[in-house]
Design a protein around this ligand. Sequence first.
Ligand SMILES: Nc1nc(=O)c2c([nH]1)NC[C@@H]1CN(c3ccc(C(=O)N[C@@H](CCC(=O)O)C(=O)O)cc3)C=[N+]21
Length: 282
Amino acid sequence: MTEIIDGKELAKTLDNEMIRQVGQLKQRGVVPGLAVIMVGNDAASQIYVRNKHRRSQKIGIQSRDITFPWDISETELLAQIDDLNHDPDIDGILVQLPLPKHIHAKAVLEHISPEKDVDGFHPINVGRLWNNDGKIVPSTPYGIMTMLDRYHVQIAGKNALIIGRSTIVGRPMAAMLLNANATVTIAHSQTDNLKTLVHAADILIVAVGISHFIRGEDIKPGAIVIDVGMNRDSNNHLTGDVDFDSAKTVASMITPVPGGVGPMTITMLMQQTINIASRRTK
Ligand SMILES: Nc1nc(=O)c2c([nH]1)NC[C@@H]1CN(c3ccc(C(=O)N[C@@H](CCC(=O)O)C(=O)O)cc3)C=[N+]21
């Protein structure tokens, strides 16, 4: 029997754990604060910002959404980040990606204080993660690790294949699985013999952004399949990178889209905001 890894349900369970954690912080006079900066109006980012705001309210995190027009200058954006870096009420700062072309995303992300970099994209946090000393880590792969943990998936010694090498998902995912003692392979658009690699994978993470890129016949029987895809079909429905219906008959565990990785990304963002707040000294 294939088990569906229900990210939405797990997110609810973790919400209740976080509500308790926030309650304890409040007794110390600490309210976790999350600032989300959005430039322009990317449709996917808008959904994400709205979902984040709702989840923050549910959990008791103070969330501050800051929206700028797409033609804001880089200097102004950096000045806003400076303010938030020094704001004692703000624990986590997140700048929604993508940013407009005239703004250097790298400069912006490196301007966020590494201690408040709740996305874990700052080079200091990237380096810590690869040293197996992660303090703040990217939420999407962290959410995947949490799903694997809560569903009691054995990682040590397993062949883990990640398809996709982005800084947001593929690379940090590789670091986390390596830290958990998997044998890790990262495949990408230039990979030869992808089919052979996919067939050998005990844990398969698909983050390519191509609808139904992986099908049931590609997968090793009994594999654990994690779908990071968020594609829109012609009816504007969300579809994954994995053909769920065919993969479900071959995998031992699989995540759906929607309701899998997405809700867990927001959960881990909230959890990390709480973790940073709990390190406040006063
Ligand atoms: N700095 C930065 N960090 C990010 O983590 C980041 C970003 N920028 N820019 C935009 C993308 C997108 N993203 C989503 C995460 C969760 C859902 C989510 O909750 N999805 C639900 C519901 C979606 C729906 O129904 O439309 C699901 O998959 O079930 C959506 C989108 C984070 N991103």
